[in-house]
Design a protein around this ligand. Structure first.
Ligand SMILES: Nc1ncnc2c1ncn2[C@@H]1O[C@H](COP(=O)(O)OP(=O)(O)OP(=O)(O)O)[C@@H](O)[C@H]1O
Ligand SMILES: [Mg+2]
Length: 262
């Protein structure tokens, strides 16, 4: 995909954005004709930035993420990303006939990593998500949280500049989710990764992001955004996280009231 490049002082060229969404609209054919789902969305994700996209159910969050992933095309407008993004969804989408390690090795293989390097790199990635020793485990032997860790390791194995996450922790219990928030924050801060993370959980959005973008419903438009400068490490129960979450929840409720039922 196309990327805008800027010359740095040392003469190297660096991307000016990890994702650029320009005046994007998306309609689907429905029983009552064309249904406008996304209306004139303009949003940039800077290199290394962590952005959460928040909105009521059905407001078009997954649709927008799918467009950025290149899985579908906008009806109008343009999207560009710095290379091919990695994806992680609510469902882990691991191959059940492969072990945890082999799932990661497959991603390395697709990236062209030599066969004799894959095993060691997969072990490293399992270590990064704190699953050392799980290489030989089958997917059905892993808990939901462990599966999402493997899925995260597999996404990171792709060495994409941009990680697109669609409610990756929504099916997990609160404690496991909290641990994975810590892990994701640590990995994001240790790497140059940019993240566009979709959720309808306001606290999750505030805990993770540098910027929270709220979408309105029917059609999805950018309603408001907040810069989150609460220092890390953040906890879900921190007063600052709670206070900003209350403010954003009020706004989200207003959006839901304005546009009908949830
Ligand atoms: N391929 C499709 N064809 C027709 N309509 C679609 C398609 N994909 C999504 N939609 C419609 O677009 C709207 C937005 O759906 P989307 O899945 O993007 O919402 P969402 O914000 O991700 O919701 P949730 O929080 O429940 O996951 C919905 O009304 C949905 O029915
Ligand atoms: Mg969705």
């Amino acid at each position: 995909m196309a990327t805008t490049l800027a010359k740095a002082a040392d003469g190297t060229e660096a991307a000016t954005h990890a994702a650029r969404i320009e005046h994007v609209s998306k309609s689907f054919a429905g029983p009552a004709g064309q249904q406008l789902v996304l209306d004139d969305i303009t949003l940039d994700v800077a290199p290394g930035e962590f952005v959460t996209l928040l909105g009521a159910s059905g407001c078009g969050k997954s649709t927008l993420l799918n467009l950025v992933a290149g899985l579908d095309r906008p009806t109008s407008g343009a999207i560009s990303t710095d290379g091919r993004p990695a994806l992680m969804f609510q469902e882990h989408a691991l191959f059940p006939w492969l072990t945890a390690g082999k799932n990661i090795e497959l991603a390395l293989k697709l990236r062209g990593v030599a066969k004799d390097e894959r095993r060691g790199r997969a072990e490293e990635l399992l270590g990064l998500v704190r699953l050392k020793g799980a290489h030989g485990k089958r997917v059905h032997e892993l808990s939901g949280g462990m599966r999402q860790r493997v899925a995260l390791a597999r996404a990171i194995a792709q060495e994409s500049k941009l990680l697109l996450m669609d409610e990756p922790f929504a099916a997990l219990d609160a404690i496991t989710r909290d641990v994975l928030h810590d892990e994701l924050t640590r990995i994001w801060r240790e790497t140059q990764l940019s993240v566009l993370f979709v959720t309808h959980n306001v606290r999750e959005a505030v805990r993770l992001a540098q910027r929270v973008v709220l979408l309105s419903s029917r059609p999805g438009r950018i309603a408001r955004e907040w810069t989150v400068d609460i220092p890390h490490p953040r906890r879900i129960e921190d007063t600052a996280v709670a206070e900003l979450s209350v403010e954003i929840t009020e706004e989200l409720r207003g959006e839901i009231r304005r546009h009908g039922q949830h």
